[in-house]
Design a protein around this ligand. Structure first.
Ligand code: ZN
Length: 607
């Protein structure tokens, strides 16, 4: 690996010009210059017209194949056009040129969707379409097998064209509930500042909420919690009406499309059986005791006479940001070593990613915050970081490079149509890497570092598995109420929320009235039955990481095969082939057992 060991000048007030080229991603790997980008946009616009020649002709096998092939080619081109502008804007939000280019790319993307919108309804209209027959006529259809089968699976849930058009237009009105939620919570509501134990005032916002919740200053936590939740509670009637409205419209679209209810319709998107959802909730119910024990331990070790919801996020590790202070090149070496169990070919490519323009490392003026990975078919993945010398940043490298390697391997091994992995599988590769890193760090850690790392793991399971399943259960209850024709009023939602908190966190949690408003601030509830995927993804990753570390027969090879398979089959089938069967509760139970073991280890370390 050839990464310079000097740390360049960087930060929110430093111009991007100061960051050396070697620490920025190579945007020119997408297009060598702006004029090449412009040329591609022009060619693409002309080629969109070619699609219209296929309209009304998709019952002819040869035309169907050529149309799908052209759509793939244009879609690849659009991805590059759009990514080229978005990636540059993300590194300098103040640059007007980039803003303008993003606008142009968005318009071309809209034209593309418009030009291709006839394809799927025309295929779906051919109710007798048989893939076997298609493949006999043209063996090249093989690459479209999964795509066409998946599309035809949805055929019984697609209404005649005119009816679909009416439904599509109706969404403008039925999305009002979600819009009201977003505008009320994002623009109209503001929160009173919170005072800390020394009388200093702190601004309260959704953006700073979690930071205040991890503060050692209990007064600040309590006042922040009461300000934020108390404010939401003032709008309890409006917010329950908007959530109920959203549930009702989801139920309307589900049932009108011949699904039993919203749950079946949402899970059908990923071809997930309802039994998986129920298994997940049942597996958690059977394993709540370790979570109760964890809360009791927190209460005891934080020396609290009462444990409240605003104490949940406080770490049991000592407040010491220096215990994992590494420069970026050091962090890359650590990640490389931690991921060595994935084998030489994985690590060689990872190393190439570190040194050949995949990553934009440091913060600069105007750069967007956070981190992400963006895979571009036929180019390479691009990873945005804002590296800081602390453990979370090292973990972020492992996480984002997990996504990046998943994209890289899927692109390399799959045709374009099969390269994109589903949201259901998306967090598996990233979290597997996070866990491999954590296990590697634990091996060489002193006592203080061990406490820190185990605390990280327990909090990840608490917030990604337990808390998300608590959300999933809440959603199941409220959607059941709606489909049985009942009304959702604030009082019922509040009671349900408090009951669930009592059930999940146990006797040690003192229930504040303000906590009853928490459901009303969760944006994910406006995308029904989405959050359970966090819990399944995390459980699959924990299982994969341990299978790989235990050197189980073919575990590594099967996992790499999973990373190489993109979206070539249904998510559950891909995971199952790789050795993790989410149709059974085993991966969830395994993860909760690991939670219990690490909790025992933490208890010993803290004694
Ligand atoms: Zn991620």
């Amino acid at each position: 690996m050839t990464i310079s060991n000097t740390v360049p000048k960087h930060g929110s007030d430093i111009s991007r010009d100061y960051i050396p080229q070697t620490q920025k991603w190579h945007i020119e790997d997408i297009f060598a210059s702006l004029s090449e980008w412009e040329e591609t946009c022009k060619t693409l616009k002309n080629r969109l017209d070619d699609l219209s020649a296929f309209k009304g002709k998709l019952h002819e096998t040869e035309k169907l194949f050529n149309c799908l092939a052209l759509r793939d080619e244009l879609s690849q081109s659009i991805e590059k056009i759009y990514a080229y502008t978005r990636l540059q804007r993300d590194t300098d939000n103040a640059d007007q040129n980039f803003q303008e280019l993003v606008g142009i790319a968005e318009n071309i993307t809209a034209e593309y969707y418009n030009a291709t919108s006839f394809i799927e309804p025309e295929i779906l209209a051919q109710k007798e379409l048989s893939f076997i027959w298609l493949e006999k006529t043209n063996p090249k259809f093989c690459q479209y097998k999964h795509y066409l089968e998946d599309l035809m699976r949805k055929a019984p849930h697609v209404l005649p064209t005119r009816e679909e058009e009416i439904l599509s237009k109706s969404r403008l009105s039925t999305s009002a509930a979600e819009n009201i939620f977003r505008i009320l919570t994002g623009a109209d509501i503001s929160f009173a500042p919170a005072t800390d134990s020394e009388g200093a005032s702190h601004a309260v916002s959704e953006g700073s909420y979690l930071l205040n919740m991890t503060s050692r200053d209990r007064k600040l936590r309590e006042n922040t919690f009461k300000s934020l939740m108390g404010t939401y509670r003032q709008y309890r009637n409006t917010l329950s009406a908007s959530l109920a409205g959203n549930c009702r419209s989801a139920n309307f679209y589900a049932t009108i499309h011949n699904y039993q209810d919203t749950l079946s319709a949402s899970l059908a998107e990923d071809n997930i059986p309802v039994s998986l959802y129920d298994n997940l909730i049942n597996a958690i119910h059977a394993n709540l005791e370790p979570l109760h024990d964890y809360i009791t331990l927190k209460k005891e070790k934080l020396s609290l006479s009462e444990f409240h919801a605003f104490d949940l996020y406080v770490s049991l590790a000592k407040e010491n940001t220096d215990i994992f202070s590494y420069t970026y090149p050091e962090a890359c070496t650590i990640v490389q070593t931690a991921l060595a169990p994935l084998g030489d070919s994985y690590c060689e490519k990872l190393s190439e990613g570190f040194s050949s323009g995949w990553i934009d490392v440091y913060e600069n003026k105007g750069k967007r915050s956070g981190a992400y990975s963006w895979g571009i078919y036929g180019v390479h993945p691009f990873v945005l970081l804002n590296y800081q010398p602390r453990y979370n940043s090292i973990s972020t490298i492992a996480h984002e490079m997990g996504h990046a390697m998943h994209s890289y391997l899927s692109s390399k091994n799959q045709t374009y149509i099969n390269s994109d992995y589903s949201i259901f599988c998306a967090e598996v590769a990233s979290t597997t890497n996070e866990i491999l890193l954590l296990e590697h760090m634990l091996k060489n850690a002193n006592k203080e570092q061990k406490i820190y790392l185990i605390n990280q793991f327990l909090e990840a399971v608490r917030t990604t598995v337990y808390r998300q399943v608590q959300f999933a259960e809440f959603e199941k209850c409220i959607h059941e109420e709606i489909s049985s024709g009942k009304t959702l009023v604030a009082k019922n939602l509040e009671d349900l929320w408090l009951d669930l908190n009592k059930k999940y966190y146990g006797k040690s949690l003192a229930l504040d009235q303000e906590l009853s408003a928490e459901w009303s601030r969760i944006p994910h509830f406006y995308t029904p039955f989405y959050v359970y995927k966090y819990a399944t993804g995390y459980s699959a990753a924990t299982t994969f990481a341990d299978l790989i570390l235990q050197n189980r027969l073919d575990a590594k090879e099967k996992y790499l095969q999973f990373l190489s398979s993109g979206g070539s089959d249904y998510s559950l089938a891909l995971l199952q082939k790789a050795g993790v069967d989410l149709n059974t509760p085993l991966p969830i139970e395994y993860t909760l057992r690991k939670f219990k073991e690490k909790l025992t280890e933490l208890k010993t370390l803290l004694d």
